[in-house]
Design a protein around this ligand. Structure first.
Ligand SMILES: [Zn+2]
Ligand SMILES: [Zn+2]
Length: 381
């Protein structure tokens, strides 16, 4: 090899290094929340704005943000009535979805067509998702808008009922208008979480009135300005338990109320969904241990999800002391310490260690109860 060729190689290698170091890696951060028996756990955000209403982001970018943050699906839900950029962009209620969907298709992120029907309270703001046409909702009377959305087979939910812009004390209130919509079959779900706000009263309504629970970002700015990633500590999510990763399967699951909400490291949802998520995340690696005298034995518990489960328990036993609080860190294996209380015990016993997972909310006041059976052999030291 001549000196000149070597120099050329060196120059190319240096250039390539420079390029790779200077580039942002366009990487996806998957969100690890297990599937449940019979269903896939899809991570979705059904409330997203773009420059086609009052957002600050071109629609195409919404698809890539969702991909990077580990989401399966987003709904583009620009306001029908609120168009603050109309002097810069023509009003076109269909366009933001069309643009976002092209890049969503490139990346394998499902982009759904929605709109936000925007009125003062009551009745407030509503998102209609799985629309065929958004522009037909641009009518004077909100009753007509929601009737036309329902007529298209859309899934309709009430947005941010406790938003301080409409309820200054942050408390959600149910008005006769909402009863009217419910009775007409034009209200299918409510946002239990909008942005970082959790509305406990809405959580209760969803349980009492059998409505779908949603948790959405209502994002207006670039996602990177708001959250690092889409994990359960970042962007709020609606978890959808769907038979397949398709728009049709998501729609079916929403109408069947198979959802839960993730926000700030907390999951909110019905017990029938949160329990299998916990069970699918956790494995007790050594359910049989030996305690010698007053020494300790360690049960190892692995958690394959990204959720830190916060366990709290009050129960104590005559033979052994157990921790009253334990955090099962996401992606880690944690030690549960059992300490003997007697030097002379010689027996075998199974203990049901009962805890409440305080960050899995099955009602506004109750966490999920879980039990770990542990078989302990006691031997003198
Ligand atoms: Zn709104
Ligand atoms: Zn909104």
């Amino acid at each position: 090899m001549t000196k000149r060729v070597l120099l050329l190689f060196a120059a190319v290698a240096t250039f390539a290094m420079g390029v790779s170091q200077g580039q942002v890696t366009r990487a996806r951060s998957p969100i690890r929340i297990p599937d449940i028996p019979g269903y896939r756990t899809l991570k979705c955000d059904f409330h997203v704005h773009t420059v086609f209403s009052d957002g600050n982001v071109w629609p195409q970018i919404r698809a890539e943000e969702a991909w990077r943050q580990g989401l399966d699906a987003i709904a583009i839900t620009d306001h029908i009535e609120y168009q603050p950029h109309k002097d810069d962009l023509p009003i076109n209620h269909e366009r933001s979805f069309e643009i976002a969907k092209i890049h969503g298709d490139d990346l394998g992120v499902l982009v759904l067509k929605g709109s936000e029907v925007t009125r003062k309270m009551p009745p407030g703001h509503f998102n209609a998702v799985f629309l065929k046409s958004s522009r037909v909702l641009d009518v004077e009377d909100w009753r007509d808008a929601l009737r036309l959305a329902a007529g298209q087979g859309a899934f309709i939910f009430w947005n941010h009922p406790g938003w301080t812009g409409q309820q200054p004390d942050g408390i959600s209130r149910w008005y006769p208008e909402h009863t009217e919509l419910l009775e007409k079959g034009q209200l299918h779900g409510i946002e239990v979480v909008n942005g970082q706000d959790y509305y406990p009263e809405v959580h209760r309504w969803c349980l009492e009135k059998n409505l779908t629970m949603l948790g959405n970002s209502d994002i207006h700015d670039p996602a990177g300005l708001v959250w690092e990633t889409g994990t359960v500590g970042g962007r709020p999510l609606t978890l959808v338990f769907a038979t397949d990763r398709t728009p049709e399967a998501i729609r079916e699951a929403l109408f069947a109320r198979r959802t839960a909400v993730a926000v700030n490291g907390m999951l909110i949802g019905r017990k029938e969904y949160l329990e299998p998520i916990f069970k699918g995340s956790i494995e007790v690696l050594n359910p049989s241990v030996t305690v010698r005298g007053k020494r300790s034995a360690f049960v190892q518990i692995s958690n394959v999800s990204d959720i830190d489960y916060d366990l709290s328990g009050e129960e104590q036993f005559e033979e052994v002391s157990v921790p009253s609080r334990l955090v099962l860190k996401g992606g880690k294996t944690v030690l549960l310490q059992l300490q003997g209380k007697s030097e002379t015990l010689d027996m075998k016993k199974t203990f049901d260690l009962r805890y409440v997972v305080t960050n899995l909310k099955i009602t506004p006041d109750a966490g999920l109860e879980v039990t770990f059976p542990v078989s302990v052999t006691f031997a003198p030291e």
